[in-house]
Design a protein around this ligand. Structure first.
Ligand code: C5P
Length: 304
């Protein structure tokens, strides 16, 4: 019998164009109104039959990516284990390789993307035929951002971010992402948000003006409405991000904000040429490690 051929799935990064955060819940999570937009920076997850579960990861040009754990704690490995368990397959016998291009530990959901990619890839490799609903269910168990990595495009996430309502996007938006030197822990940023919030924050709601800007593809309206309630907490823990935000604004970005829980910062530009100018200026400013240009929306997890 011949082994099935390897399966590769491409998965996008995301930016949160609105991240409205409510008070801490009894389970430790926060209720959100989280408007996700998938952006065209991708990881590729390849799975192939093997004697046991193993994981490898390389960055651009085959470089090692020391920040990515290669054990069973990696969300991609956990996705394979969860799918195998649900389908009575026991310990997954699969080699998972992640070709990483999404900035690591940055608030761009790279780990979540790898989980969604591994799930879709293993489903195809093993012929488990899981329904979309079942895949989304497993994604939600793995992490609050994982369901969005599966669906891509644009969506409003409520609950802790895992309950998705797909959104229409009427145009292409160009972004620059400044990659910081160092990382930020998501739980630490939410903890700092709680510390900085004197009273119970209001119930998070999606901004009608922002949803309208996405629907009509109006970049200036989008720039006027992007918000991130985690930004003060991220800046409090990582104060030098302020100079990155200022450098992007001085270079002509229409909007500048922390991406998710950071420390990656996101800059909205009027068009591709504008984005390339802002990226060059950010790199020249010395306020970030590197800057990447990407357009949105981007498709979700896709077999290639
Ligand atoms: O769901 P995920 O594993 O990505 O969440 C990581 C951490 O981020 C949680 O343990 C929690 O501290 C924080 N979080 C939160 N509220 C959310 C999502 C994440 O407090 N809605």
């Amino acid at each position: 019998m011949t082994s099935p051929a390897p399966v590769t799935v491409r998965v996008p990064a995301k930016v949160n164009v609105q991240l409205a955060v409510g008070g801490a819940r009894p389970d430790g999570f926060h209720d959100l109104a989280n408007v996700f937009l998938a952006v065209g920076l991708y990881d590729e997850v390849t799975v192939s039959p093997a004697d046991s579960l193993s994981l490898t990861c390389t960055g651009p040009g085959g470089a090692l990516v020391p920040e990515v754990p290669l054990d069973r704690t990696n969300l991609a490995a956990r996705a394979a284990i969860a799918l195998a368990e649900r389908h009575g397959l026991g310990e997954p016998k699969v080699r998972i390789h992640i070709a990483k291009d999404i900035p690591v530990a940055g608030g761009m959901a790279g780990g979540s993307a790898d989980a969604a990619g591994a799930l879709v890839a293993c489903d195809a490799l093993w012929g488990t035929g899981a329904s979309r609903a079942e895949l989304l269910d497993i994604c939600a168990e793995l992490g609050s951002d994982v369901p969005f990595s599966l669906v891509g495009g644009a969506a409003l996430g409520t609950g802790r971010g895992e309950k998705l309502q797909l959104l229409d996007v009427g145009g292409e938006f160009w972004w620059v992402f400044a990659v910081a030197d160092g990382g930020l822990s998501t739980p630490a940023v939410y903890g700092e948000f709680d510390r900085l919030s004197p009273d119970a924050p209001p119930e998070p709601v999606a901004s009608p003006a922002l949803l309208d800007a996405l629907r009509t593809g109006d970049v200036h309206a989008l720039a006027a409405t992007v918000t991130n309630d985690l930004q003060p907490a991220a800046l409090s823990l990582f104060p030098s991000l302020k100079s990155t935000l200022d450098a992007g604004t001085s270079a002509g970005a229409l909007a500048a904000l922390v991406s998710g829980s950071g420390p990656t910062t996101a800059f909205l530009a009027a068009d591709e040429a504008g984005a390339r100018r802002v990226a060059q200026a950010l790199i020249a400013s010395g306020t970030c490690r590197t800057a990447r240009v990407a357009s949105s929306p981007a498709p979700g997890a896709t077999l290639i």
